[in-house]
Design a protein around this ligand. Structure first.
Ligand SMILES: Cc1ncc(COP(=O)(O)O)c(C=O)c1O
Length: 365
């Protein structure tokens, strides 16, 4: 008899990472290729963060601080919450998994908008719970009324991704307020704010403020995007109720946030002004790219994140393949659209050149 995984795990699609720019450049015979596929920031790490990481690496023979005490305390002061309301994880995707392990299982339902962050379906399946996908409204936005209406007595968790990956749109203050008022206290609402630092619309709420006094609301944030630490793997949760954070800490894989990741995160918070100023440069580039796309006649949603979404439908895969032939890796979702990360100005110009050819009806290959 051969060993077999659980049938539901065997049925899951294998994770397929995007192409590496080094491989693509080699294949095309180019000096380099551009990756606009994973919503990273293009800036190099700050010298102060590299120095902190280098110093922390000296203790790599020891296990990390499992409670991430310094990072947790620093985050708590910054968010004006108690340390008991914080959980640190190996990226916010890990916190999504921990939340599902702690709050949902076979027979339970987990609601999320669709299309949204591609990890949700996978992680819900792994938890054994049932996915309930609520279609986006007008192609881009969370339909919070429909999501509230989809709640049953089996619903345990609802993810609200704002800004939404991949469409870039964010939920408005009044809509979120109304939604949270409609959700039963027994259902946990997870506000996934991986891109919060790129939001400029004043009508988009800060989830952490919303979670205050709401025991069934928690917020996910990450150091991967605005703070430029995607390779370090560190994110955090702020829960309205310390019991929620405690449950999430119980499903933490011990020591999974490394000493260097903790040091990088603490150093990044110390350099927050500089890092957030960089985000404003990304925002300016986003506005430039969106305007240029609109001038070309492209159908592009407003974006509050560090990427734009092109609903190209059946043309999506051809478009992405054409971009690759030109040395630019974007993130396609077959039959739906392509997500393009805002890169540095030269990278964005290269992408806009391809778009102008596409709109002129020329194949982009
Ligand atoms: C909406 C959303 N949430 C969470 C994550 C996970 O980020 P990380 O695990 O790097 O913190 C991502 C990453 O792309 C994301 O887009």
């Amino acid at each position: 008899m051969t060993v077999k995984p659980r049938a539901d795990i065997a049925a899951l699609p294998a994770y397929r990472p995007g192409r590496s720019p080094a491989d693509l450049a080699r294949e095309l015979g180019l000096p380099s290729a551009v990756k606009l596929a994973s919503n990273e920031v293009a800036f190099e790490p700050l010298p102060s963060v590299i120095a902190a990481v280098t110093a922390a690496a000296a203790s790599m023979n020891r296990y990390p601080d499992n409670s991430a005490q310094l990072l947790t305390e620093t985050l708590a002061v910054r968010a004006a919450v108690d340390t008991a309301q914080i959980a640190v994880g190996c990226g916010s995707v890990s916190l999504c998994q921990q939340l599902l392990q702690a709050f949902a299982g076979p027979g339970d339902e987990v609601i999320f908008a669709w299309r949204s962050f591609e990890a949700y379906p996978l992680l819900v399946s792994v938890s054994g719970a049932t996915q309930v996908r609520v279609p986006l409204k007008d192609r881009y936005d969370h339909d919070l009324d429909a999501m509230a209406a989809a709640i049953t007595d089996r619903t345990r968790v609802v993810f609200v991704c704002s800004p939404n990956n991949p469409t870039g749109t964010a939920v408005a203050n009044g809509d979120l307020q109304r939604f949270l008022d409609a959700v039963p206290d027994s259902v946990l609402v997870v506000l996934d704010e991986a891109y919060r630092e790129f939001v400029t619309d004043p009508d988009v709420p800060d989830g952490i403020e919303f979670s205050a006094g709401r025991p069934n609301v928690c917020v996910l944030r990450t150091f991967s995007k605005a703070y430029g630490l995607a390779g370090m793997r560190v994110g955090y949760l702020v829960a309205g109720d310390p019991e929620v954070a405690a449950a999430v800490r119980k499903t933490y894989v011990p020591f999974s946030v490394s000493t260097v990741a903790q040091a990088a995160a603490v150093a990044s918070l110390a350099a927050e002004d500089e890092l957030l100023a960089r985000c404003q440069r990304v925002v300016l580039e986003r506005e430039r790219v969106v305007s240029a796309l609109r001038e070309l006649g492209a159908d592009v949603s407003r974006s509050e994140a560090n990427f734009v979404w092109l609903p190209l439908g059946d043309a999506t895969m051809d478009f992405a393949a054409g971009c690759e032939q030109r040395g630019i890796i974007v993130r396609p979702f077959a039959g739906d659209g392509a997500r393009i990360t805002i890169g540095d100005p030269a990278e964005n110009d290269a992408f806009l050149t391809i778009m102008s050819e596409w709109h002129a009806g020329r194949p982009v290959t």
